[in-house]
Design a protein around this ligand. Structure first.
Ligand code: KG4
Ligand code: ZN
Length: 325
């Protein structure tokens, strides 16, 4: 079994995964959404303090599995430095105490592996990652051959939902509340501009759209918020579709996946499904419970890393706030 730890942002999570079968034997996640909601976003120092409280509590519950654990996996990048270090420190302590090798997992690779929890891997894959920290398209040939073909130049897709929710005083995280509000609204009422429509560049940008929404919110009354939310969600999604369509002209998709916290968005899922139809491409999605940050995806990635002997010596295990992919 592998014990995996995730603490890259505001979720403290630990999982136990069986190496031979990919079975998830234990998974516990303590989210800090409520505590950060007051501030409209994640406060790093507060997050670190909450991880320091939560992780040892979850670890205690893993004691019955200790004798069967063969490696300790932990998210080392990308993420918030002060929160990553909490998971890494705990992983090192467990590694020393139980004499176990360490596996350093990239959080984005983890999100890709959220597709394969309790399942076999499917490669090659074209992946759209939409989370709070990232918006990027990747070609994934295998665990060790991942190429990023497009990414955001500023804010991410999920982050833009968080910021719009904050403008409307709707707390954090913004994705689920904006999606809910948008369901009652008129997508056509606000004519926001699709970002980067005129440039051929394969990239994403959400800061301009965010500012356009800010101006609309400032002028609007609360009864208009649902229409703003719907129009914003529509344009934010249209931007993704427009750039993907462009990319597909030269790289038609076969197996396509959406991962990351914002991949839980049903409007986005439906629109992408439509986009893939003419190509006859298959759409892979994670279970809704594993779209947002969790340790099960880190453990599942670590199973494949374990089988490929991808261990990290204790003295080399360190955090990095930026991702290598
Ligand atoms: O993957 P994740 O849990 O954390 C990061 O790695 O960043 O993603 C969290 C992000 C937040 O920005 C949240 O607002 C967004 O995912 N999100 C959504 C939805 N559910 C979560 N965005 C849009 N629609 C949703 N239904
Ligand atoms: Zn994430």
């Amino acid at each position: 079994m592998i014990l995996s730890i995730e603490s890259s942002c505001d979720d403290s999570a630990i999982a136990i995964t069986e190496i031979a079968t990919n079975r998830l034997l234990f998974h516990k996640k303590i989210s800090q959404e409520l505590q950060h909601s007051l501030y409209g976003g994640v406060v790093p120092e507060l997050a670190a303090r909450l991880h320091a409280e939560a992780l040892p509590k979850i670890l205690e519950q893993c004691e019955p599995y200790f004798q069967d654990i063969k490696a300790v996996a932990v998210t080392t990048s990308p993420g918030l430095a002060v929160t990553l270090i909490e998971g890494v420190t705990l992983a090192k302590a467990v590694s020393v105490a139980l004499h176990l090798p360490l596996i350093a997992v990239n959080h984005l690779v983890g999100h890709i592996y959220s597709l394969f929890i309790e399942k076999e891997t499917v490669f090659p894959l074209t992946v759209l990652l939409v989370s709070g920290g990232h918006t990027q398209v990747m070609e994934v040939k295998s665990l060790q051959e991942i190429t990023t073909v497009a990414k955001s130049m500023d804010d991410s897709f999920g982050e833009s939902f968080d910021k719009v929710a904050k403008m409307m005083g709707l707390g954090y995280p913004g994705g689920p509340v904006i999606e809910q509000l948008a369901k009652e609204g008129d997508r056509e009422r606000y004519n926001f501009t699709v970002p980067l429509l005129k440039t051929p560049k394969l990239a994403f940008s959400y800061s301009g759209l965010k500012n356009a929404v800010r101006l609309a919110v400032e002028k609007a009354e609360e009864k208009d918020y649902k229409d703003i939310a719907a129009s914003f969600e529509h344009i934010a999604t249209k931007h993704l579709l427009h750039k993907l369509k462009k990319y597909f002209q030269t790289n038609p998709p076969k197996n396509f996946a959406i991962v990351g916290g914002a991949s839980a968005n049903l409007y986005l899922r439906k629109q992408i499904q439509e986009l893939l139809k003419p190509y006859g491409a298959k759409l892979l999605l994670s279970d809704l419970q594993y779209c947002s940050d969790n340790a099960a995806m880190i453990g599942r990635a670590a199973v494949d890393m374990y089988k490929n002997n991808m261990f990290c010596p204790l003295e080399e295990l360190d955090i990095a706030t930026k991702s290598s992919i």
